[in-house]
Ligand binder design. Structure first.
Ligand code: GAR
Length: 190
């Protein structure tokens, strides 16, 4: 049975959606929620859902290997990044080859890269005058937002959209697709 760990830095609405989707699932389970922010709301959500949590700092992520050890101790097979903002270190990428998925709130390869997260992405889309935005679910490599694309879905950007209203549209797409796409990837490999 594939075992997932979800990484999130903030609110965690996608993490919750994924956990609920796989709750009671016959072959996939969300076993651990990890955050680099001790006060991230995703941690409260995980506790309510009965999922173990881990909070880590830069040292335990990039230097000591403590995060990797914990992933191993939970026998995690896949990492899902759902609003997680740090670059994944090479030793974790090597330990999970082709098994780390990220969601980005725009149509990559546009509007990605370091510092492009959350509202900044939506504001950049609006400022550029694009008529479409959407979501990109992709494998993670050692660069921000550059791994192979698995799935994209689009939504229109209208003239009166703000970053906030566009974020809502994009969140709807995320809730609709992310868990299902994960299920497809995990099912194909497992
Ligand atoms: C999501 O929209 C996700 O696509 C985005 O952060 C949001 C987290 O929302 N991720 C990035 O911008 C990564 N570059 P949530 O915490 O409510 O799930």
């Amino acid at each position: 049975m594939p075992r997932l760990a979800v990484f999130a830095s903030g609110n965690g609405s996608n993490a919750q959606r994924i956990a609920e989707y796989f709750s009671g699932h016959p072959s996939v389970s969300v076993c651990l929620v990890l955050s680099n922010k001790p006060d991230a709301f995703v941690l409260e959500r995980a506790v309510k859902l009965g999922i173990p949590t881990m909070v880590f700092n830069r040292d335990s992520f990039y230097e000591t290997g403590q995060v990797l050890e914990t992933l191993r101790s939970y026998r995690i097979d896949y990492l899902v990044l759902a609003g997680f903002l740090w670059l994944i270190p090479q030793k974790i990428i090597s330990a999970f080859p082709g098994k780390i998925l990220n969601i980005h709130p725009a149509l990559l390869p546009g509007f990605g890269g370091k510092g492009m997260y959350g509202m900044k992405v939506h504001q950049a889309v609006i400022d550029s005058g694009e008529h479409e935005s959407g979501i990109t679910i992709h494998y993670v490599d050692e660069n921000y937002d550059e791994g192979r694309i698995i799935f994209q879905a689009k939504c229109p950007v209208s003239e009166d959209d703000t970053a906030e209203s566009l974020a809502e549209k994009v969140h709807e797409l995320e809730y609709r697709w992310f868990a299902e796409v994960i299920e497809g990837v995990v099912g194909r490999d497992g």
